[in-house]
Design a protein around this ligand. Structure first.
Ligand SMILES: [Zn+2]
Length: 231
């Protein structure tokens, strides 16, 4: 009997031989198929894919989607956070608030971008992240097909776990192209989502710190390093 006659065996082999694909994605990128799909999409919309302006569009679209817009599936957010540093000072830890982290994600309902900024606050226990790595951590979660509400919660929960922080608060503030396109009158609408992780009361206090930092972007408390605000 050949292996093909044993369904369970075949599927086990297929599983083992399947090429490594991005974490969280259902399958590896099939570039020719993706480019064909873009070509068909253009044709179905009454466009001529042979038009010089559109000839390389399928390739460009697939590159933008696979490398950037959905590039987060190929990145482990905790690895993006990189090395953490031990908290050396004695006494209670200070909270840290970082605002103005650029946010770019794709709305899974319309396949259109949303963009804005992320604010993170954490109360460390023993570990500190490198400030420069926080943007990459946010990108690793945001560059996927994910609802903003779920994205906010994933960032909060994963940051709290990765740092073993006492508490974390996250606030995302974004404009959605799908709203601008379908409801032009609401093109300036901003969607603000928040999520907390860790010790409830401490996380709530961190969220208040984020709101205070955003209300007074130029004020600087000695214990709260803040990234430049996004314009
Ligand atoms: Zn949408």
């Amino acid at each position: 009997m050949t292996a093909a006659g044993i369904p369970g065996f075949v599927s086990a082999v297929a599983r083992r031989e399947r090429p490594k694909h991005p974490r969280g994605a259902r399958a590896p990128l099939d570039r020719p198929r993706a480019e064909d799909a873009v070509r068909s999409f253009l044709e179905a919309l009454g466009q001529d894919p042979a038009d010089p302006a559109l000839r390389d569009t399928p390739s460009r679209v697939v590159t933008a989607w696979s490398e950037v817009l959905l590039g987060g599936y190929g990145v482990d957010p905790v690895e993006a956070l990189g090395e953490t540093f031990p908290l050396t000072a004695k006494g209670p830890a200070s909270s840290v608030v970082v605002t103005g982290i650029p946010l770019l994600s794709m709305c899974p309902h319309h396949l259109l971008p949303l963009h804005g900024s992320a604010s993170l606050a954490y109360l460390p226990r023993r570990k500190l992240p490198g400030f420069g790595r926080l943007a990459g951590f946010v990108d690793a979660w945001a560059h996927r097909l994910v609802l903003q509400e779920d994205l906010t919660r994933s960032i909060a929960a994963d940051l709290q776990r990765a740092l073993d922080a006492r508490a974390v608060a996250v606030r995302l503030d974004a404009r959605h192209f799908c709203v601008a396109v379908t409801e032009p009158a609401k093109q300036d609408a901003r969607f603000i989502t928040t999520a907390l992780a860790g010790e409830g009361r401490a996380a709530q206090a961190l969220l208040s710190e984020i709101h205070a930092a955003l209300a007074e972007p130029r004020a600087s408390a000695p214990s709260s390093p803040r990234a430049p605000r996004q314009r």
